[in-house]
Design a protein around this ligand. Sequence first.
Ligand code: AMP
Length: 304
Amino acid sequence: MSILVTGTVALDSIETPFGKKERCLGGSATHFSMSASFFSQINLVAVVGEDFPKEHIEMLSERNINLDGLKTEKGKTFFWEGRYDFDLSNPQTLKTELNVLEVFNPILPDNYKDNDILFLANVDPVLQLKVIKQVNKPKLVALDTMNFWIEGKNAELKETLKYIDVLTINEGEARLLANESNLLKASKIIREMGPKTLVIKQGEYGALLFQDDHIFSAPGLPLEDIKDPTGAGDSFAGGMMGYLAKKGSFEFDDFKQAIIFGSVMASFNVTEFSCDRLKTLTTEDIFDRYQQFRSLSCFEEITI
Ligand code: AMP
């Protein structure tokens, strides 16, 4: 199955206790596509400005990523600047410049309308809805968002959520969206907004999956060499959706494996700035790490 993705293709300036990078390749759709392209074919719809370096376009097009829907508009590329403290949890956003995103009107090329899976990476929920309205009944529609849109475009986001099957969101944002501090209660409130499946990302501690009355917890892999957590959430979603596209079925057990693959991809992405680690990653690395995740949390049934 192929995946249609929309979201931001960005230039990011990032500072962490382990270094600093100015105007490097970033964006929710970029991190997602880089990660998901290890599993399935990706059709990207997004916008960049005239300042977007050609080398990034070349690098993306050398992967399993179709760029027919990547538009270049007059003006500057979406820009995000963030800083992480020593615990590398939530970044402090120093600047968000929407730039060409403000005038972007996504029009899907004809060859984009029949994907089985639609992933709406973090971007303005109004744009996410415009893309939903142009596709021909995908089998699975998933969405990611963040506090910027939960606070800034709350009503629009809630409207868009009515069309969603799967929501991926981080812990703090789940509390914010549901206006409820208890995660179990928040998961019920959010699933009444539309998505029947909910994945709550818990940073270095893993992720929780909620579907009907089932809950599954994926561990976070303890890592020694984290440099830049930017894109962890998007590469997580890329691994998860990419695996589901490859598998071609969406049962609870498929989602359980999918969120492990999500955790695998995020665990690689955070070890270098931007998407640098994924540029050199191999399929063998991915499957080796999946086994590491298995042995980290696999335990036997008790027999007393
Ligand atoms: P995450 O996976 O949550 O760490 O997302 C990181 C990416 O999100 C960065 O590369 C940013 O370019 C992008 N980003 C930051 N703010 C926004 C926003 N308000 N809307 C869409 N994308 C954003």
